[in-house]
Design a protein around this ligand. Sequence first.
Ligand code: PLP
Length: 438
Amino acid sequence: MPDTLRPNSLDSFWMPFTPNKAFKADPRMVVRAGGMHYYTPDNRAILDATSGLWCCAAGHGVPRIVEAIQRAAAELDYATTFNLGHPSAFEFANRLGQILPDGLDRIFFTNSGSESADTALKIALAYQQARGKPGKYRLIGREKGYHGTNFGGISVGGIVRNRRTYGPMVSGVDHLPHTLDVARSAFSRGQPAQGAELADALERIVQLHDPSTIAAVIVEPVAGSAGVIIPPQGYLKRLRELCTKHDILLIFDEVITGFGRLGTPFASHFFDVKPDILTMAKAITNAAVPMGAVAASREIYDTILNNAETPIELFHGYTTSGHPLACAAGIATLDTFKEERLFERAAKIAPYWEDALHSLKGEPHIVDIRNLGLIGGIELSPRADNNRAGEVFRKCFDAGVFVRYTGDVLAFSPPLIIEKAQIDQIVDTVRTALKQVT
Ligand code: PLP
């Protein structure tokens, strides 16, 4: 790496979700990006098989998005949205409402997926209060669920390592069982055939706590962070039916599944299941500016507004909710998705993606391959040092492909602009790396 590009010291930046000591002893840096690639300081192209972090759905450095951000920064650098409006926030909310499931068009802006999760939970509780049911306060998450890192999100989340250090968290939370079943469903193409009955666990939770105490259930339609867990056929529909039956709100965390990842605008469209509240982030701006959002049904919005005891109906918000740069980036991102027909493109290339990933069956260490839309997960058998997937990740990076790993799972979520030859490159690189590790 040229000295001019090497930071003087790597010590100060406390890196998130990273083994800091190992990284700083052997850093990987990128200095620019364009299209499907990152570039290292010595100008090596690295194919991005994970859209940054499930974010850059339209690829990197999209000129329309870059220009929109530049224009917005020069025109209106910042305006609060507390008691003050600016046009792009309203425009972007309207535009999101046009692609969200019908009727989910009341949009609360946040700055991240974690903030979206906590905002969604708070809206659910505020709604139950506003409709005269304050006793409905329990929140039901799911084992292996990931809803970011704030206290609400880790309380309903179900990844042990993200929870165990941080005390008692939000009270009144229970969890559904997770739906990963490698023993029964390994190497399923798309949705596993077995497992819809796991949704019935909600009946037992309801019997235990009584529905009059339960505000909402929150799940990821497809779970990413716990290692790519595809919902069994019929599972989400069953969950929806049970929530409706027991007067419980259903929240879909669509932070990774939103914006075309499954070839439809949202996973709700793909599964034909409509939640009451839906969270977004990441690809909402193609990640060019941090942003998140929560979509609530009109019924929820109207109930909270019409029953408020104070002029401010919801005591919640962020200094940078609806930031002008984020809204500009978001509008340009939606324009890009539409004009380049990227959701349709993802749907069209998904079968090729599926075949390519499953061609890895039989390679060393693989115990399961999972896929849906432009999502892929390869689960490896565990190794004593818990780091086999980490080693594959590093080998792939050295060979010019950026994948993601979480536990023993390699996770893939390439930009929706990916070409077939690039899918082949990803699969070939992973195949070679798997043969090199013990
Ligand atoms: N929810 C889900 C489903 C996610 O996958 C993530 C991040 O990966 C989050 C929430 C948190 O998003 P952020 O890291 O932007 O806070």
